[in-house]
Design a protein around this ligand. Structure first.
Ligand code: ATP
Ligand code: MG
Ligand code: MG
Length: 374
């Protein structure tokens, strides 16, 4: 059979690999960690290290087609793979989205809106731009941040002193803080034939900058939903997307859309699709990359996805005997560190409000709070 090579063996790689195996592919994975979420799945060939040229060459040799879940692969490695192996997604979308500056420029060029921002190289740049942007504003490193790491909310003049420490990581962007009514995301897929599909819009609730819940269908107006889907399509077309693009958005008070950021891969806010959609984001990603016709993304039932962080694992395991309807996913990570994404649960329910009430009733979140002394 054909072998799919995946760069990155974390939870996204694991769920991608499981989908690919179900579709009849063999899987090879590049990951420096031996005990990664992928490393625990039977019959996956795991190759160590992301960026040693040796490992990259091994992946190329083992694979008929190569994709990625890890976003911070070096341009050099990816370019080598593009020239010496079959990488249908190419390197341009990944390199655009690796940097918030090029990402924002490309979004605007595609005709979608972003929060007002300035590119920041020095403390002086912050002082020069903060007045126009106003308080609060968010300073973010241009590269490498995730789960709110690499950003700082500047609420007043005094915060600038502390925020400027981020500049040691290089170029930053200063963004106006949007007082959004909702955070939503659209996950869009496109195959080399130019066929596209989108998952239903997800409503995302973050806690301390980490995704906590995704609620589908999103509780937004039809107008907002149409605008969100349209913005994602515009960006995917402008990028000549192949594969998957997750588009994180803020919905303003009057249903205006600001694109927050992009991820060129399956996304945490699409995990609900494993049970709730006719085709999951992981199956669809494999279909798109392999230029198969895309499957229906129809929502079979309303769904709530809740992330399981390190502090939630023990209380979840205690409660499982009373949770017949919760679909439990644990990624096989051994160290349950606080705030680390360890798994997720999905609850399907004919009524989103009832499902939220059921989650609210469970002791998991309160017990976790006690545990970390919050
Ligand atoms: P990840 O990649 O894990 O989604 P990240 O570290 O790249 O996270 P962002 O998505 O930029 O971070 O921001 C994390 C969260 O912080 C957002 O989902 C939102 O809740 C809040 N946030 C970020 N920027 C803004 C903004 N300009 N206005 C309002 N809220 C913001
Ligand atoms: Mg991000
Ligand atoms: Mg984000």
């Amino acid at each position: 059979g054909q072998t799919i090579g995946i760069i990155g063996g974390g939870q996204l790689g694991r769920m991608m690999a499981l989908a690919a195996k179900a579709q009849g592919f063999r899987v090879a994975v590049l990951d420096p960690v031996e005990d990664s979420p992928c490393g625990q799945v039977a019959d996956i060939k795991v190759i160590g290290a992301y960026d040693s040229m040796d490992a990259i060459k091994q992946l190329a040799e083992a694979s008929d087609v190569i994709t990625y879940e890890f976003e911070n692969i070096s341009a050099e490695s990816l370019n080598w793979l593009c020239e010496n192996a079959y990488v249908p997604q190419g390197s341009s979308v990944l390199s655009i989205t690796q940097d918030r500056v090029s990402e924002k420029e490309a979004i605007v060029k595609a005709g979608a809106a972003v929060a007002p921002y300035s590119v920041i190289q020095s403390a002086e740049d912050i002082y020069d731009n903060i007045e126009t942007l106003g308080f609060p504003s968010v300073l973010k490193t241009a590269r490498g941040g995730y789960d709110g790491k690499g950003q700082f909310v500047i609420r007043n003049q005094n915060d600038i002193e502390e925020a400027k420490a981020l500049l040691v990581h290089g170029t930053c962007v200063l963004e106006q803080f949007i007082s959004f009514s909702k955070e939503i995301s659209v996950i869009i897929f496109r195959n080399p034939n130019g066929e596209t599909a989108v998952l239903p819009v997800g409503e995302n609730i973050h806690q301390e900058n980490i995704l906590h819940q995704t609620i589908v269908p999103a509780r937004i107006s039809t107008q907002a939903e149409e605008k969100a889907l349209e913005a994602a399509k515009q960006i995917a077309e402008a990028f000549g997307l192949v594969g998957t693009l997750a588009v994180e958005m803020f919905l303003g008070q009057d249903d205006e859309i600001y694109i927050n950021e992009l991820a060129p891969r399956p996304h945490n806010s699409g995990h609900y699709s494993i049970e709730a959609c006719e085709t999951s984001q992981f199956e669809q990603h494999v279909r798109a990359v392999c230029n198969w016709p895309l499957g229906s993304t129809e929502l079979l039932k309303p769904a709530i996805m809740v992330n399981i962080l390190g502090e939630h694992v023990a209380p979840l395991l205690e409660e499982i005997p009373s949770l017949a309807d919760w679909k439990v996913h644990l990624y096989g990570k051994t160290e349950a560190k606080t705030k680390r994404k360890m798994g997720h649960v999905t609850l399907l329910h004919s009524n989103v409000e009832d499902a939220l009430a059921e989650i609210e009733k469970s002791d998991i979140w309160a017990k976790a709070q006690e545990k970390i002394g919050g």
